[in-house]
Design a binder for this molecule. Structure first.
Ligand code: HEM
Ligand SMILES: *[C@@H]1O[C@H](CO)[C@@H](O)[C@H](O)[C@H]1NC(C)=O
Ligand SMILES: *[C@@H]1O[C@H](CO)[C@@H](O)[C@H](O)[C@H]1NC(C)=O
Ligand SMILES: *[C@@H]1O[C@H](CO)[C@@H](O)[C@H](O)[C@H]1NC(C)=O
Length: 331
């Protein structure tokens, strides 16, 4: 038959095309809202700008919120869901409550986007954009955010404890925790650089000051002068545990590389920060990031983009929530 061979090739080509289309649909895209809601990223930036102008501390909260969203059930906006009488949600678990703030910023962006592009922009994407904007507004490098995440329908408080690394983790534990999410040790080191902005409750590191172990009451890897300063800000009492201190005291609101220079000076706030110095290889990475602002900024953005892909729902999975706090159809 004259067409026989060409027909087979054509069928094979069409099948391959369909398969690759299905595959592509399951991925995030640059410019995902270009046609359906071109103003999406501008609206989010505008709301983040307003919030940060009122209180720059919100920038750190948004960066951390995206991390805590992605590590628990993937970047599906599950951290934004409110608890109900029958379910305690992620945001009310100890790693997030009371330290996580700024949920209203996402609400405000969502309200505007629902008015302008109904049921189009997911809460998970709004949070991914907002985290990037927070980095930019504190002096960090702009990075492009992939979009097309859909919102999850489940948020369970307990899942935070098993998925989010606590500040007591050592290098092996951190490396393992990030590996479970498909992130390398290198990416873990870059992402930890986010601790160059923001604050911490004393309870997250007070064991290093007052109750370290049976040999040392104070963590010997913590600079004694800095420890003394922290002890003044964090009295060894229950109310002291609720105080907050800046994580990078010299430039608490600037997205620079001083997280790494602090660690080099034994002034990492958490065990999980200072532990990056515990092997020659990771210490070399810390030294490199401390000395290379531009290199750090680029690698940080790249690692954020990778983190933003963890366990995402795409295509027809999940939903576009109408209200970021509530699963659709839940009354
Ligand atoms: C490597 C493992 C990590 C651990 C153990 C950890 C732990 C913590 C803890 C305990 C706090 C203080 C919470 C409080 O007591 O108020 C904190 C704050 C913060 N974390 Fe992390 N974190 C890690 C990685 C990350 C990553 C990957 C990011 C983002 C890319 C991030 C961003 C932040 C920010 C911006 C703050 C300040 C929050 C604020 O000021 O509201 N952290 N982190
Ligand atoms: C969640 O954790 C708490 C405390 O560890 C426990 O009492 C509860 O049964 C857990 N809930 C689920 C659904 O696993
Ligand atoms: C801190 O308080 C705990 C419990 O009250 C006590 O056991 C510990 O000795 C105190 N540490 C210092 C350095 O005061
Ligand atoms: C206490 O901590 C130090 C420094 O991390 C360590 O070398 C020592 O073995 C620890 N002591 C005990 C009894 O755990």
């Amino acid at each position: 038959m004259a067409f026989g061979r060409g027909g087979e090739v054509l069928v094979a080509f069409v099948v391959a095309l369909c398969m690759s289309a299905t595959k592509l649909e399951a991925q995030l895209h640059m410019g995902y809202y270009d046609k359906t809601c071109p103003q999406a990223e501008f609206v989010v930036m505008d709301e983040v700008k307003k919030a940060v102008a009122g209180n720059i501390g919100f920038a750190a909260a948004l960066v951390r919120m995206h991390f805590h969203d992605c590590f628990v059930r993937g970047c599906d906006g599950s951290i934004l869901i409110d608890s109900t009488p029958n379910n305690m949600a992620e945001k009310d678990a100890p790693p997030n409550n009371p330290s996580m703030v700024g949920f209203e910023i996402i609400d405000n962006a969502k309200k505007r986007l629902e008015a302008e592009c109904k049921r189009t922009v997911s809460c998970a994407d709004i949070l991914a954009f907002a985290a990037r904007d927070a980095v930019v507004l504190t002096g960090g490098f702009f990075y492009k955010v992939l979009a097309g995440r859909r919102d999850g329908k489940v948020s369970i408080a307990n899942e935070t404890l098993t998925n989010l690394p606590p500040p007591s983790f050592d290098l092996n534990q951190l490396t393992q925790s990030f590996a479970q999410k498909g992130l390398s040790q290198d990416e873990m080191i870059f992402l930890s650089g986010a601790h160059t902005i923001g604050r911490s409750h004393c309870s997250s590191f007070s064991n290093r000051l007052d109750n370290f172990n049976s040999t040392f009451s104070q963590d010997p890897s913590l600079d004694p002068a800095y420890a003394g300063q922290l002890k003044q800000e964090c009295p060894n009492t229950s109310s002291g545990a609720n105080q907050v201190v800046p994580m990078d005291p010299n430039s608490p609101n600037t997205f620079d590389t001083s997280y790494y220079s602090n660690i080099l000076a034994n002034r990492g706030l958490f065990t999980s920060d200072q532990t990056l110095m515990s092997t020659p290889a990771t210490a070399a990475k810390v030294r490199q990031n401390a000395a290379d602002w531009l290199g750090f900024q680029k690698k940080f953005g790249k690692a954020m983009r990778k983190m933003g892909k963890i366990g995402v729902l795409t295509g027809s999975e999940g939903e576009i929530r109408c209200n970021c706090r509530v699963v659709n159809g839940f009354y």
